[in-house]
Design a protein around this ligand. Structure first.
Ligand code: NDP
Length: 448
């Protein structure tokens, strides 16, 4: 059996009941096959792949907190420190009821390659909790965050592990987490990114993942003698990534006609009104039905089981920005039938393996999340640099750096794909380019 197949079986056997983690490993290993086969003897001897798929450290902890009725609640907390070969662990915290160890491991594993692609010195990690911030008062969210940090603080630090936000963790949560860290450790350091601008945050970090996604999409289209201007775009999600992807795509002349949340989706043929969307989702934290109620041109569709409405809308470009496995084979077929030209992932692993293959086999330009959403973590790394320097850069400085990073990521995934005989396969390109740097660093550092 080949080393790649052996390792996939090893992962399934050692990590039972973690299907998202198996899926993420399978996708990466499949596209690394050509590189691994060329170095099989050396990698086997060093157990390089066994080490790559095994987190350096996994921290699981209890998070007790008191709700507004005086009732004690208990959640599970996770931090997976996956790989520190090229820098301190870096990756977000996700607060969502679906969070479990397998989900955090899939996200942490992807993060290793994504962080490597940014060309900045950051390793891979991820964390979170099955706590659901939805419907909780600010005091309850604070109580939870303080309890979460009371355990997490001993495992993180500006040069060790630097968490950030993800689903369910935005500016409010980062503020509460940072306050508790500082109170316990008595140090003012850049231990979290995505901080508020008054206490060490970076300009353009809020926009970075969505803007970066659109910058790389534009670069991809330009490389294929095309342009975002005048294109119809469908976006899923209505959170941090989706909102700023919509904003930047519209600034570049595209018309974005959809967005979605966990209860339904919007079709707005006149183009999404970003200011209204921000008001509904960022300020009021309300459902998308409120967007439709305030805008004549918008249709609201309640989410029905198993249906992912936005992918049935005719478009040139699709940007999935909500969550994992939200774009399946049927959705991919609908997109192709409607003539989609490019699909670039804003979320982590939003397309199933079958959907990705179908899109690629049908000539759709496809960039996977670990390349196309890397602008968020790259800008977090820029926040770390500013914190170390005790300086703040202007919005334009950070945004220019972000654009440069996204253009470089496109170049490096495109060249890696070409070099290994897979021209135009940007999934293979991303996995290969991300892997080679990490593998080289692991080799240089010996058996650790
Ligand atoms: P947010 O919490 O800000 O927004 C998530 C959006 O997706 C919301 O609209 C939410 O709906 C919807 N959503 C979440 N879970 C589900 C679900 N199970 N079913 C349907 N809809 C769902 O998160 P982000 O925008 O930060 O993250 C979105 C994706 O982007 C995630 O995959 C994340 O890992 C990835 N990502 C985020 C980065 C960042 O910088 N924030 C960086 C790189 C990747 P509702 O409003 O109802 O909650």
């Amino acid at each position: 059996m080949s080393y790649v197949d052996e390792i996939y079986n090893y992962v399934v056997e050692k990590n039972p009941a973690q299907p998202e983690f198996h899926q993420a490993v399978k996708e990466v290993l499949e596209s690394l096959r050509v590189v691994i086969e060329a170095n099989e003897e050396e990698y086997r001897k060093d157990a390089l792949l066994e080490r790559l798929v095994t987190p350096e450290r996994q921290i699981l902890f209890r998070v007790p907190w008191v709700d507004d009725k005086g009732q004690v609640q208990v959640n599970n907390g996770f931090r997976v420190q996956f790989n520190s070969a090229i820098g301190p662990y870096k990756g977000g915290l996700r607060f969502h009821p679906s969070v479990n160890l397998g989900i955090i491991k899939f996200l942490g594993f992807e993060q290793i390659f994504k962080n490597s692609l940014t060309s900045l010195p950051i390793g891979g990690g991820k964390g979170g909790s099955d706590f659901d911030p939805k419907g909780k008062s600010d005091r309850e969210v604070m109580a939870f965050c303080q309890s979460f940090m009371t355990e997490l603080h001993r495992h993180i630090g500006a040069d060790t592990d630097v968490p950030a936000g993800d689903i369910g963790v935005g500016g409010r949560e980062i503020g509460f987490l940072y306050g508790q860290y500082k109170r316990i450790k008595d140090v003012y350091e850049g231990v979290l990114t995505g901080k508020g601008l008054t206490y060490g945050g970076s300009l353009a970090r809020t926009q970075a993942t969505g803007y970066g996604l659109v910058y790389i999409t534009q670069e991809l289209l330009k490389d294929h003698n095309n342009d975002l201007a005048g294109k119809t775009v469908v976006v899923s999600g209505a959170g941090n990534v989706a909102i700023y992807a919509i904003e930047k795509a519209q600034q570049l002349g595209a018309k974005v006609v959809t967005c979605s949340d966990s209860t339904g989706w919007i079709y707005d043929p006149e183009g999404i009104d970003v200011a209204l969307l921000k008001e509904v989702k960022e300020v009021k934290r309300a459902r998308l039905s409120e967007y439709a109620a305030a805008r004549k041109s918008a249709e609201y569709h309640e989410k029905k089981n198993g249906e992912h409405g936005v992918w049935n809308v005719k478009c040139d470009v699709a940007l999935p920005c909500a969550t994992q496995n939200e774009l399946d084979l049927d959705d991919a077929k609908a997109l192709v039938a409607n003539g989609v030209v490019a699909v670039c992932e804003g979320a982590n692993m939003p397309s199933t393996i079958e959907a990705t293959k179908y899109l690629q086999d049908n000539g759709v330009l496809f960039i996977c999340g670990k390349a196309s959403n890397a602008g968020g973590v790259a800008t977090s790394a820029l926040e770390m640099s500013q914190n170390s320097e005790r300086l703040s850069w202007t919005f334009e400085e950070v945004d220019n750096k972000l654009q440069g990073i996204m253009v470089n990521i496109y170049k490096s995934i495109s060249e890696a794909a070409k070099k290994y005989g897979k021209e135009g396969d940007y999934v293979a390109g991303a996995n290969i380019a991300g892997f080679l740097k990490v593998a080289e660093a692991m080799k240089a550092q010996g058996i650790v």
